[in-house]
Design a protein around this ligand. Structure first.
Ligand SMILES: [Zn+2]
Length: 119
């Protein structure tokens, strides 16, 4: 593994660990392991800059597994997941229907439907 490649960010002299590739046709930026050859529209980034990377509005960022990167989710990932779960579980108190609503589909026998719809 070569450490001769440097981060392309201004004023950054750290070794590059990842290569950012812009796919203009798809408005997608792909951050992956350091490319073997420097190509046009690719930017080598150090660990810090690849982690802090953001894409322009409307662009999608795809992060590929970087070499030597741990498979275990980091603290931020777990926190984001926990927040997402909490958000999904939150039921508005002002809506009584929402409290009793079941979050799954159930099979109802035809006679049961008749019974429930009878007035
Ligand atoms: Zn850098």
């Amino acid at each position: 593994m070569s450490y001769l490649r440097r981060c392309t960010r201004q004023l950054c002299a750290k070794s590059a660990v990842a290569t950012l590739t812009y796919i203009y046709a798809d408005s997608t930026a792909v951050l992956g392991p350091l490319a073997a050859i420097a190509e046009p529209h690719t930017y080598d980034l150090c660990k810090l800059h690849s982690e802090k990377l953001t894409t322009p509005r409307g662009w999608e960022l795809v992060r590929l597994q970087l070499e030597g990167e741990s498979q275990v989710p980091n603290h931020d990932d777990l926190l984001a997941l926990a927040n997402a779960v909490r958000e999904a579980a939150r039921v508005p108190v002002s809506d009584p229907d929402a409290v009793t609503q079941k979050p799954f589909l159930r099979l109802v026998p035809p006679e049961k439907i008749e019974e429930e719809t009878r007035f």
